[in-house]
Design a protein around this ligand. Structure first.
Ligand SMILES: *[C@@H]1O[C@H](CO)[C@@H](O)[C@H](O)[C@H]1NC(C)=O
Ligand SMILES: *[C@@H]1O[C@H](CO)[C@@H](O)[C@H](O)[C@H]1NC(C)=O
Ligand SMILES: *[C@@H]1O[C@H](CO)[C@@H](O)[C@H](O)[C@H]1NC(C)=O
Ligand SMILES: *[C@@H]1O[C@H](CO)[C@@H](O)[C@H](O)[C@H]1NC(C)=O
Ligand SMILES: *[C@@H]1O[C@H](CO)[C@@H](O)[C@H](O)[C@H]1NC(C)=O
Ligand SMILES: *[C@@H]1O[C@H](CO)[C@@H](O)[C@H](O)[C@H]1NC(C)=O
Length: 540
């Protein structure tokens, strides 16, 4: 503990200030100009400062771990002491533990069991029921994503894919993503974990993505909850469970890294959001600012960053009041409790809170879905500060006549999508529907890409849909080959679960006169194609 304190005093001298001061004594140049002139140097300085800030943050983590260990040791000593006192044995041991300091009976502090006595009914109530983890720890960023079963459409996989796509490999190395499946149906939990493992095998293997689920006995008997704030029972149940879910994920995440960021399972993120958040946090630490939350999104609890060492504040608070209020209200209440005086006016409180709760100027996260997991509650809140979202990716494609019997919505036609003007949006594809791309002249295709769905409508994908080609050799091919349709198209691929179909077409197929998609089952969703890219092979 002492060593830590001393180190943090040493590092308070800002290297930039020191350097400018020295130079200032020789020539009178304002620091700002000097910094401007010596940009590479300044970059070094910033890197150094960030490095120091990072060390400081890690040190705080270590100290918190030390306190935890001490606490456990303390508890153990007390138990041992009670045992030896009662048994009147081992006086040496008794002395060793007690060290002869005092004989005063200790008072007993309330623990979380005081507020959640039902946790004592089962020894395993705090043990996860499911854990898929490689034990990755010591990272800078821990991202917590709670997910529950949804009535309509789950965006979890789309969310994970987007988060991972938005990270560089350095960011991945310094990050841990924890998915908490907050359901007690273990079959469902295993199913979700399996889905994640199948879709993100590498990320699971290297321990970047973990899946965890609480024990059923972690939850109270929800029918016995008090209805509070005039909400109906269903809503009280939903928000009380959310408080417990957040407390669970934060408790688990606390020891895994330096910072913790709360996310949701239906969001998308800006590119390199990890670095942006980390640099912002290190800057605040370097400036010795007194903050509790760094806020990277204006919506609910999304994109709130905490120091891991501060998480016990939240966990304790959420658990004490889990039946009283929704989690985002509790967060606000906690901050109010920390800094607002009852004798001061609202304005003073606002200013004091803004100091602890810092808002980053841009939003790094946005909601995708329009369905909340609370049945019937449609959630259309969007963060206006997130900026423009790309809904289609234009490309130049070989000249072709395109058509489909799937009716387009408004002006989102296949023709315009093929020309890169917009995305295609078809109404309810049914089994047997086709989308034709008939080329003006037969061509060799080097590669192709069809991306269905977009970030605003991630579930509007093509499901169970194949990609087929009409080649100059189609008629000569073996009719018994399963990959040849009755009307002579060769099936070469199908849309994957991310709604993407891409690949190369071997030259041995010959020249291709047309390409088509065939839908094999009725869809409950509309379908979007947000990217079409067909690249002709023009080599001889
Ligand atoms: C325990 O006793 C030793 C030796 O008498 C002393 O040096 C030490 O400070 C004591 N520790 C505590 C926690 O009182
Ligand atoms: C603690 O109590 C025991 C017996 O009650 C006594 O023998 C011992 O001297 C006491 N120790 C101190 C440090 O007061
Ligand atoms: C939950 O509480 C209700 C009402 O007190 C009771 O009827 C029910 O049996 C309890 N359920 C369980 C699983 O204990
Ligand atoms: C595209 O080709 C298919 C057969 O390969 C044909 O049935 C369809 O009518 C063609 N569409 C257009 C618009 O030429
Ligand atoms: C049919 O296509 C699949 C994948 O497109 C391929 O793996 C398989 O070998 C093909 N079968 C035949 C008989 O060509
Ligand atoms: C795809 O469609 C075929 C034919 O309708 C059906 O047999 C199959 O079960 C469908 N597969 C999926 C994954 O929906």
């Amino acid at each position: 503990m002492m060593k830590g304190k001393m180190l943090s005093h040493i590092v308070t001298i800002s290297p930039i200030k020191k350097k400018c001061l020295i130079i200032l004594m020789v020539v009178v140049v304002p620091c700002s100009i000097l910094n401007f002139l010596s940009t590479p140097d300044l970059r070094d300085e910033t890197a150094l400062q960030n490095g120091i800030a990072e060390l400081q943050a890690k040190l705080e983590n270590l100290q918190a771990k030390y306190v935890n260990t001490q606490e456990e040791l303390n508890l153990l000593s007390h138990q041992l002491l009670t045992f030896t006192e009662n048994a009147h044995i081992l006086p040496d041991l008794q002395y060793l533990i007690n060290n002869g300091t005092s004989n005063i009976t200790s008072i007993k502090l309330p623990s979380i069991f005081t507020f959640l006595p039902y946790l004592l009914n089962d020894l395993n109530s705090l043990k996860p029921a499911f854990l898929q983890s490689k034990g990755k720890t010591g990272v800078s960023m821990v991202l917590g994503i709670p997910t529950v079963k949804r009535q309509v459409q789950s965006y979890l996989l789309a969310t994970l894919k987007n988060l991972l796509d938005s990270m560089s490999s350095e960011e991945m190395a310094d990050t841990l993503i924890i998915v908490v499946v907050a359901e007690t149906d273990l079959d469902y939990v295993s199913y979700v974990a399996k889905q994640i493992e199948v879709h993100f095998p590498e990320e699971t293997e290297i321990g970047l993505v973990e899946v965890i689920s609480p024990s059923p006995s972690y939850y109270p008997n929800f029918t016995q909850l008090k209805n509070t704030l005039g909400d109906d029972h269903q809503r009280v149940k939903w928000r009380s469970k959310q408080n417990l879910d957040f407390a669970f994920i934060m408790s688990y995440a606390q020891t895994k890294g330096t910072f913790y960021v709360q996310l949701e399972d239906d969001i998308l993120a800006k590119k390199n959001f990890i670095t942006t958040m980390k640099l912002y946090a290190l800057e605040k630490i370097g400036l010795k600012e007194n903050w509790f939350i760094l806020d990277f999104c204006q919506l609910g609890f999304i994109g709130k960053l905490f120091k891991s060492v501060d998480l016990p504040w939240l966990v304790q608070f959420f658990l004490m009041f889990y039946n009283a209020k929704p989690v985002d209200w509790l967060l606000d209440n906690l901050i109010t409790t920390k800094v607002c005086g009852i004798d001061k006016d609202n304005k003073h409180c606002k200013i004091a809170k803004a100091e602890l709760w810092r808002h980053y100027e841009h939003s790094l996260f946005q909601h995708i879905g329009t369905h909340s997991s609370l049945k019937g509650k449609v959630q259309k809140l969007k963060d206006k500060k997130f900026g423009k979202i790309i809904l289609h990716y234009p490309h130049e494609n070989p000249e072709a006549i395109v058509e489909s019997q799937i009716k387009p919505y408004k002006r989102y036609t296949l023709d315009r999508a093929y020309r890169g003007e917009t995305f295609y949006w078809g109404l309810l594809p049914q089994s047997g529907d086709h989308l034709y791309f008939n080329f003006s002249r037969p061509i060799y295709i080097k590669k192709y890409l069809f991306r269905s769905g977009n970030v605003e409508h991630p579930s509007d994908k093509f499901y169970n849909t194949t990609i087929e080609i009409m080649s100059e050799f189609s008629n000569n091919m073996d009719r018994n080959n399963n990959n040849i349709t009755e009307d002579g198209y060769i099936v070469i691929n199908k849309f994957d679960s991310f709604g993407i179909a891409q690949g190369r077409v071997d030259r041995s197929f010959g020249k291709i006169s047309g390409l088509r998609m065939t839908v094999h089952s009725d869809s409950d969703n509309w379908a979007i194609i947000s990217e079409i890219h067909i690249v002709e092979d023009e080599s001889r």
